[in-house]
Structure formats: structure tokens, C-alpha cells
Design a protein around this ligand. Sequence first.
Ligand code: ADP
Length: 239
Amino acid sequence: ETKIIHLQDITMIEVYKQAKKDFVSNVSHELKTPLAVLKAVIETLENEDNPKNAGIFLEKAKNRIDQMDSLINDLLILAKLESKEENINKELVNLYNLVENIFEDLKHLTLDKKVSLINEVDKNLYINVDEQKFKILVKNLVENAIKYNKEYGKVIVKAKEKDNSFILSVKDTGIGIPKESLPLIFERFYRVDKSRSREVGGTGLGLSIVKHIAEAHKGKVWVESKIGEGSTFYVEIPK
Ligand code: ADP
């Protein structure tokens, strides 16, 4: 059997190889940074006689452990989704209640900037999705909408029914996304402005997980955004 390999295929293989290399080096880097901080904290504590100062260092250590923990969690979710070994177990889910649960889980993140969370989903809307995975999807979008918001900003979740699908939207009144970053934000590890993003914390994997979950439901995601005004993420899932 002869197989013809097209130039286009070779390019795709090279792109894939490079992406894999980048992925491994990104993960290594993202794990090494908090580890280095942990090591420095332990070394400082060894030489620290004043127990009052210890609390500050232990707090720093705890934050870095949380950071590694969420990275590893996100990696595990992503690995399962990408291997497609995970089945989609659809059931009828009340979207209003799902959004309320997520708001409850994320309330603590809104306190600093006094962001309000607004659920405008119809209380009678039931959608046919994998509840656990769809919750991860919506949670990631709402979390970003809070994290990248402004003081007294708003997060509004809505859903619209079409003939053969429904569209969920998560709108924020936050900082917005630069035009040149829009095609990249769903890529693994891509973060707009690393220094700004580091401040708010995150792994750069959230939107990649969102995209995978939407695609596992045969759906799609897109975003509209204006710098300084805010962003709206859309997820369309066929019925
Ligand atoms: P992260 O862990 O950095 O939040 P994501 O994959 O969830 O990773 O998002 C990728 C990048 O896209 C973020 O670092 C951020 O710069 C940008 N981004 C995502 N959501 C929003 C939003 N609602 N408003 C502004 N920027 C956003």
C-alpha cells in the first residue's frame, strides 16, 4: 500500500511537534517557578528566629502550593478531554440552577473589586449536556469574567434558544482583550500580558478547557471584546 504524504500534512506534523515541545517546556516552567519560591521560603524559615515573620512566609508557600495544585488539576482535566477517553454523559440540566451554584462557589472572588454576578437565564430552561463538564466550562468563563473585571464591574450570564441549539453568553464589563490576542486565547498556556495575568493568578489553560468541553458536545465557542469596555464569551451547543 502506497501512501502519499502531502506537503500540507508535513507542515501539520511539524506544527504538532512544535506545539508538543512548547507544551512540555511550558508545564516544566510553570511547575519550576512555584517550586523555586517554596525552596526559598524553606531556606528563609531555617534561618528565621522570629516566629512572627514565619506566618508571612508560610502564607507565600501556601499560595504557591495552591498554584501548583490548580495547574495539575487543569492538566488532568485537559489530558482526559484530549485523549477522548472521557465519555460525554448527557442529561437534562436546569441552566439557571447550574449558574446559581457556580456564583455561590465563586462569590469569594468578587469581594475585593465588589463585582456583581447577574443570572439572567430563564428559570425554566433545561439543556441536554454532561452536567459535570458543562459546569467546569461555565465556571471557567465566569471566573475569568470576575478576574479580568474592574471595580464595581458586572458579570451577566444569559442563554438564548435557537431552533437546533442554545447559546450561552458570559458578559463582563472588564478590561477587554486586545484584537491581536483574540485568535490565541483559546490556546493552551496563552495569557495576554504575562505580568498582568500573573497578578490575578491562573494557568492559561482555562479557555483551552472551555473549548475542548464545547467541542466534546459538538459545539463551538467565540468571543467579542472591546478594550476597556469588556468581553462577551459565547458557547453554542446543538440540541
Ligand atoms: P488564565 O488562567 O490566564 O485566566 P485562560 O485560558 O482562562 O487562562 O485565559 C487566557 C487569557 O485570556 C488570560 O490570561 C487573559 O489574559 C485573557 N482573558 C480570558 N478571559 C478574559 C476576560 N473575560 N477578559 C479579559 N481577558 C480575558
